[in-house]
Design a protein around this ligand. Structure first.
Ligand code: SF4
Length: 459
């Protein structure tokens, strides 16, 4: 039976979800076509010829793009069973149900989709459950990346004049934390699952053989299981001492595992992405982030002392953000010397409240009804000037990046515009970019944006 696996966007990486599923279905004898529409056109012939079409909904932007693509897929093939899988599947079941016959699978998806494939292949047993979330521990298989575009088609890492080809893998999935704004939580509910070290290593090996010079670990939090992370990195670094890596680690874990920071650096970690989200303790408490402003400041200091580059991410615009609070966030980024380490897009992101968000259960918060076209619950800041500032700054970042301005130059513009919004003169700032080169991905990490015109045009 023919199967087409589609990913619309995976943060600029070669899609791990497709590669993993391709290995499972390939072992079943399926005729698998992998189609990453972020870098290739829709594989129309494969879609027409498939009885099962699996679409990975790993995040908000990917889901928005998939919804734009689905009418075309259905026009090409009205009878294929469509399986939506990934974090954004189950919470959006009502909308996705319009594309029946379909099923929706969240959590540890590979075994359930394999079982779905078997039932579809068995004419006497085509009973399909509509929505499933599985937390079963899987016997992971080495992802099969042979049907995907080359790594040079994806985001690369820049360090000064040098560009490195980036591979991507996952040593764990899910998360043991319950941050209220996080899309992982409605599916994994505070649980995480590890991928065996030998499978992670085999996946890295296959990507290094295809040119990867740097590996991004996409685990929601690399230190959910620090012992597992240590075994993975020790094995990886022993085999590939010249290959660098990055990972995402929350502030709380950077503090509790501070004895591992120098080890990360010595093992080839070029930078750690950390979701700071806010610098106001009240907002951090609403989000249940598990850290305070003081914790962020301490983590930045410990990372600097360990020689580890920290790359903070933020959700600076929320219903609780004030103009002065936003200026304070910029001020703290400046004082901590992090202006070169924060991707400008991170300074203009608006909170996204997707279906199933734990924020909807907060007794003191009231949200507008779900807006299907936005896949989120809309909100406005009680001070309209904050929403206006967000729009102004977002447009500024887009235009400044198109002009090729540096992060320091863009920060200076945001600083000035924020002071103008407050009616204050902006204090002069010294943005000395003469320090060591900060590694930067050519496509910054964020997953909650409106699809861009470029992304739409590729569909
Ligand atoms: S630590 Fe990160 S991945 Fe885990 S629940 Fe919080 S935001 Fe989500």
């Amino acid at each position: 039976m023919n199967v087409t696996l589609i990913s619309t966007y995976d943060l600029g990486h070669q899609p791990f979800g497709l590669a993993s599923l391709a290995a499972w279905l390939g072992d079943e004898g399926a005729g698998v076509t992998c189609n990453d529409t972020a870098v290739s056109p829709l594989a129309e012939d494969a879609v027409r010829a498939s009885e099962l079409i699996c679409i990975h909904l790993a995040m908000h932007t990917a889901t928005r793009l998939a919804l734009e693509l689905l009418p075309r897929i259905r026009a090409l093939n009205g009878s294929a069973h469509i399986c939506f899988f990934g974090l954004y599947g189950p919470p959006n079941a009502d909308i996705l149900g319009d594309f029946a016959p379909c099923s929706i699978i969240g959590g540890e998806f590979e075994a359930d989709i394999t079982s779905l494939y078997r039932r579809l292949a068995d004419a006497d047993n085509r009973k399909i459950e509509a929505v499933m979330v599985s937390m079963d521990k899987l016997a992971h298989r080495t992802p099969d990346r042979s049907g995907l575009p080359g790594l040079d088609q994806y985001a690369s890492l820049k360090i000064g004049p040098e560009t490195r080809i980036v591979g991507y893998t996952e040593a764990s999935r899910g998360c043991k934390h319950l941050c209220r704004h996080c899309p992982v939580v409605p599916i994994y509910g505070g649980r995480f699952r590890t991928v065996p070290v030998d499978v992670v290593l085999a996946d890295i090996r296959s990507q290094v053989a295809k040119g990867a010079q740097h590996i991004s670990f996409g685990d929601p939090d690399f230190f959910n299981g620090p012992g597992h992370a240590e075994r993975v990195i020790d094995a990886f670094h022993a085999e590939f001492p010249e290959i660098t890596f990055d990972a995402t680690i929350k502030i709380e874990h950077l503090l509790s595992q501070q004895h591992r920071l120098a080890w990360l650096r010595d093992s080839g970690c070029l930078f750690v992405t950390t979701a700071v989200e806010a610098t106001d303790d009240h907002i951090l408490e609403i989000l249940d982030k598990g850290h305070s402003r003081a914790d962020f400041i301490l983590a930045a200091k410990l990372a600097r002392e360990a020689g580890l580059v920290l790359s903070p991410t933020f959700v600076p615009f929320t219903p609780w953000t004030s103009l002065t609070g936003y200026r304070d966030l910029l001020q703290l980024v400046l004082e901590l010397g992090l202006t070169e380490q924060v991707a400008p897009i991170q300074l203009v992101i608006r909170l996204l409240v997707p279906a199933g968000s734990l924020l909807l259960d907060h007794p003191d918060l009231h949200w507008a009804s779900f807006a299907p076209e936005k896949l989120s619950h809309p909100w406005h800041n009680p001070d309209p000037a904050v929403d206006t500032l967000q729009r102004t700054l977002a447009a500024e970042v887009e235009s400044a990046e198109a002009q090729g301005l540096s992060r320091a130059e863009i920060f200076a513009r945001l600083w000035r515009l924020t002071h103008e919004a407050l009616g204050d003169a902006a204090a002069p700032i010294n943005l000395d970019a003469s320090g060591p080169e900060i590694p930067q991905m050519s496509e910054p990490w964020y997953c909650c944006a409106e699809p861009t015109e470029l992304q739409r045009a590729r569909l």
